[in-house]
Design a protein around this ligand. Structure first.
Ligand code: GLA
Length: 756
């Protein structure tokens, strides 16, 4: 890791990548010169400003052509660059134009803390959300020299608006983290209508765009499309990162695989509205940009105020998607997730949602707990329906008082009884919401986000609380604190079951309504920060109608996120493949559920459901008192298998061997320990194929010089292990292991390798 500057050419190096920024012309245009495999020199010609149409000082008659073709590092708008810019401002006179040119720079040790935002940090220094000044980057976290940051200071000389572009690198990772801060150094109020976090102009090399598309119960499906001329984008204006599109994109060279090809990944550390866009210009350049979605965004910036954008994490891999994923996994495990549970085995939980939905009481929950205890399950999570009069999803959100008809004696009694059985206890809440049919709404109808004069749009028969309002935020915090303080609650599933519409706040002024979505996201962060400070030992799992808020922003607060409401083992293959493209397996909430599956009606073997859930945090989502005896009998073996391999799954390097999405036949992925002494691969044959009895599978990531013993585990646990002869890593990776195709559909097998 290093950052250097020579003749206004800045070179940011990680172990395997380089990123070059160069300043052009006397006016100080900040240009993007290079991003890719590590290079040792950074010649100024990379910017190619010697070519037609030159720089304005040499050819001002064609300034417009220059503006429209210059590879800009943080493009403005309104002055000749017709491609979409990263920043747009309306000045005091109503004009919309900005061009940020170079003033100065600083290279500093460590990484400044961005106040109020989730963010990556130098290993071991994850600071509280609100620490520091949050202005001008004065606040730097303690550094051990394991991170460096380049700050480029720029300004629009007419507007008096300044910018700090920040680029941070770490000594143990190839990611480059970018953000921008805008400071109003003028005497007038201006309005920011767009402030993205990162933009890069690259030559078009026949890249394709990879994004993660989805829907409820079908999140993060890999989608790849050609990049044509004009703009291609994904985004969310739903007030959360969303089921439908995901705050991640990658530009991938055509033909890229897990192991070959150039890949540029962009991941947004944010949980609200986002935009990820590529634009191919007339000159065959591609502008890739990412940040807060400008749709509906308008931020008042008074004289002296500053606005900080969230971070974009860029990862370049010259060795395909696999390397990119492993870089993100390491970064998010070591430099983003702060929870003490990050490095711990999470308790195996059983959640009553699919077991009972709203129809439960203390006795029912205790009967599940008693049976669960016998099988090695460690925690009972009580899901939706325990408060107010919530016997269906039409009522009571906001009334966080226990329903004593269902739970006589209250939470304390229930939790104590569960603890006596020997299980920990966890609870579900949806703190950001308010039901129209609730005591809270009857008392405070104006606490819901709404546009006065319009009938507010309901979704799942609920509204969203206006958390930008201080008294609403305080009330919400007190509700959470009271519930969690009322009994020995060791886990919280924090849900968010609708998107935001009717963007209107009674609290915010006329000029500030465009700030609502971002302020709402910041308020959610504030609440979750209070939570992790007040209850440091609580295990927090974020959730949003399944996985609609599975993003790096939430990982700053919770070490795991519920991946999807779809717990079908086969659907989960695609969901978990897309999720693990960016996120470590240790963060993916995955459970074994009952069959026929409640979402798709598919029947899969209990063994397969267990194998697939092992790639995540692992748990159960079923009525253990009612499932078939054969299935129940496998749970002790499954829980033992989880304990045996969880450390490997949590800490290892992820390798994808095959994808059912591509071959329509089978899936295979695995983890290899950092020391390469052991590995666990999962094989799932989705559909059997006639006249196809065996196949060679080339595993990945092993040490070619080591010998490994291989066991095939066809059942729920170790007992079903079938040992094979010892083979070298070299043979296993080059020639492959011989896999007898199992009989049937939806069948799976674990392949465990240990150095001998
Ligand atoms: C969401 C969650 C589910 C469950 C329900 C309860 O859909 O994703 O797991 O908690 O809410 O209403």
């Amino acid at each position: 890791m290093n950052i250097t500057c020579k003749d206004k050419v800045f070179k940011i190096d990680t172990e395997n990548t380089s990123y070059v920024i160069a300043v052009a012309d006397e006016e100080g245009f900040i240009g993007h010169a290079y991003y890719g495999d590590r290079i040792e020199e950074a010649p100024g010609y990379l910017l190619r400003t010697e070519e037609n149409p030159f720089v304005p000082s040499k050819n001002n008659r064609d300034r417009g052509s220059f503006m429209d073709s210059f590879p800009c590092e943080y493009p403005g708008n309104g002055l000749g660059d017709y491609r979409d810019g990263a920043v747009e401002i309306i000045d005091a006179d109503g004009h919309r134009a900005i061009n940020l040119t170079f003033d100065d720079y600083k290279i500093v040790d460590g990484k400044p803390h961005l106040k109020g935002l989730p963010q990556t940090f130098e290993k071991g220094t994850g600071a509280p959300l609100n620490s520091g000044e949050g202005k001008g980057g004065e606040n730097r976290e303690k550094t051990t020299g394991a991170a460096k940051t380049l700050e480029i200071y720029a300004s629009d000389k007419v507007l008096g608006v300044k910018a700090i572009l920040r680029y941070s690198v770490f000594d143990d990772n190839d990611a480059i983290v970018r953000s921008a801060e805008l400071i109003n150094d003028s005497k007038e109020t201006v309005y920011i209508t767009k402030a993205l976090s990162a933009s890069i102009d690259m030559d078009s090399e026949d890249y394709e765009l990879l994004t993660l598309h989805g829907s409820w119960a079908r999140e993060r499906q890999i989608d790849i499309r050609p990049i044509g001329y004009g703009k291609t984008s994904v985004g969310s204006v739903k007030g959360e990162s969303s089921h439908q599109e995901h705050p991640f994109m990658a530009l991938v060279q055509k033909g890229t695989t897990q192991d070959y090809g150039k890949v540029y990944g962009f991941s947004f550390v944010y949980s609200g509205n986002f935009l990820a866009q590529v634009e191919k210009s007339q000159f065959d350049s591609v502008r890739a940009m990412m940040g807060i979605n400008p749709g509906g965004f308008k931020w008042e910036l008074k004289a002296g105020e500053s606005f900080q954008t969230p971070e974009v994490v860029m990862v370049y891999s010259g060795e395909g998607l696999g390397r990119m994923s492993r870089t993100y996994h390491d970064l998010y495990r070591e430099h983003l997730i702060r929870s003490p549970y990050k490095d711990k085995e999470r308790p195996i939980l059983i959640n009553n949602w699919e077991a009972t939905y709203f129809d439960f009481n203390t006795e029912k929950l205790l009967s599940i707990a008693r049976e669960a205890k016998k099988s090695g399950i460690e925690m009972l999570v009580m899901d939706d329906g325990w408060f107010g009069v919530r016997n269906d999803d039409n009522t009571s959100l906001g009334d966080w008082n226990v329903n004593e008809e269902k739970l006589p004696g209250g939470l304390k009694y229930l939790v104590d009884e569960v603890n006596k059985i020997g299980l920990k206890f966890g609870i579900w809440m949806e703190p950001e919401m308010i039901s129209p049919d609730s005591e809270l709404y009857r008392a405070h109808p104006d606490w819901a986000i709404q546009i006065p004069g319009r009938v507010a749009t309901r979704s799942r028969n609920q509204y969203v609380l206006d958390l930008t309002r201080p008294e609403v935020l305080e009330h919400t915090w007190n509700s959470i604190k009271t519930v969690l303080g009322s009994a020995n609650i060791e886990y919280l599933k924090w849900d968010m079951n609708r998107q935001i519409t009717d963007i209107g706040s009674v609290y915010l002024g006329r000029e500030n309504q465009g700030e609502l979505s971002h302020r709402f996201t910041l308020a959610v962060y504030e609440l979750q920060e209070r939570l992790v400070r007040e209850f440091p030992n609580l295990l927090l799992e974020n959730c949003s109608g399944g996985g609609a808020r599975f993003d790096p922003g939430m990982l700053y607060f919770s070490p795991q996120i519920w991946c999807s409401d779809d717990t079908d083992a086969i659907e989960r293959l695609g969901i978990q493949e897309g999720t693990s493209l960016v996120y470590p397996l240790s963060s993916m909430g995955a459970h074994v559920s009952d069959c026929p599956n409640h979402t798709v009606g598919r029947v899969t073997p209990f063994v397969t459901r267990g194998h697939v859930a092992l790639a995540g945090t692992f748990g159960y989502e079923l009525d253990i008192t009612k499932i078939p005896e054969n299935d129940r009998a496998m749970i002790p073996e499954q829980t033992a298998t989880y304990h045996k391999y969880n450390r490997l799954v949590r800490e290892g390097d992820y390798y994808r061997v095959a994808s059912f999405r591509e071959n329509h036949f089978f899936d295979c992925y695995g983890v290899v320990g950092k020391d390469k002494k052991e590995a666990l691969f999962t094989f799932v044959q989705v559909f059997n194929r006639p006249n196809c009895h065996s196949r060679l599978i080339r595993l990945k990531g092993l040490d070619s010089g080591k010998n490994y013993s291989i066991s095939f585990i066809h059942g729920a646990g170790e007992g079903s292990g079938e040992k094979r002869e010892v083979l070298s890593g070299d043979t296993i990776m080059k020639a492959g292991i011989l896999m007898q195709n199992p009989w049937g559909d939806f069948v799976s097998c674990l392949i465990y390798l240990r150095e001998v």
